[in-house]
Design a protein around this ligand. Structure first.
Ligand code: DQA
Length: 146
């Protein structure tokens, strides 16, 4: 079974309560329930941390966990973490970056992503659908060999 990991960075544990006008009203549990229902053919494992080092430790463990692909919303670390970028660059599995909000339509500091250049692609501004589209893409690529 294709195993896809989904990582959320700082402040994304408070989805549903955090600025719902920007990030939506669904909690992460609501979103995960929908994803698991939508992709019964995949094994979806999620992880969230507010700590850069914990995120990097988890990313480093992915190959031992036999992951086939990674979807990551690095939160604000997108715009500031060279360390997270290096950890993603070292992975041999495909990585898709997702943002709930349109990072190009907000404060100018959000338009720069340090992490997107080491990902297959970036999805931004489509809300929770971004996770759905990223997982669908990874599964289609993996019909055979993600
Ligand atoms: C975010 C966008 C980031 O700029 C912000 O710091 C977040 C959430 C998004 O999903 O839209 O924490 O990654």
């Amino acid at each position: 079974m294709t195993k896809i990991h989904i990582i959320n960075g700082p402040n994304l544990g408070r989805l549903g309560r955090r600025q719902p006008e920007i990030y939506g009203k669904q909690t992460w549990n609501d979103i995960m329930d929908d994803l698991r229902q939508g992709f019964p053919q995949a094994l979806l494992e999620d992880f969230q941390s507010n700590h850069e080092g914990a995120l990097i430790d988890y990313i480093e463990s992915l190959e031992d966990r036999a992951a086939n692909g990674l979807v990551i919303n690095p939160g604000a670390l997108t715009h500031q973490s060279y360390a997270l970028r290096d950890a993603l660059a070292a992975l041999s599995i495909p990585v898709i970056e997702v943002h709930l909000s349109n990072v190009h339509a907000r404060e100018s500091f959000r338009a720069q992503s340090l992490t997107a250049p080491v990902c297959v692609g970036q999805i931004s501004g489509l809300g929770a659908d971004g996770y759905r589209l990223a997982i669908g893409y990874l599964l289609r690529q993996g019909e055979g060999n993600v």
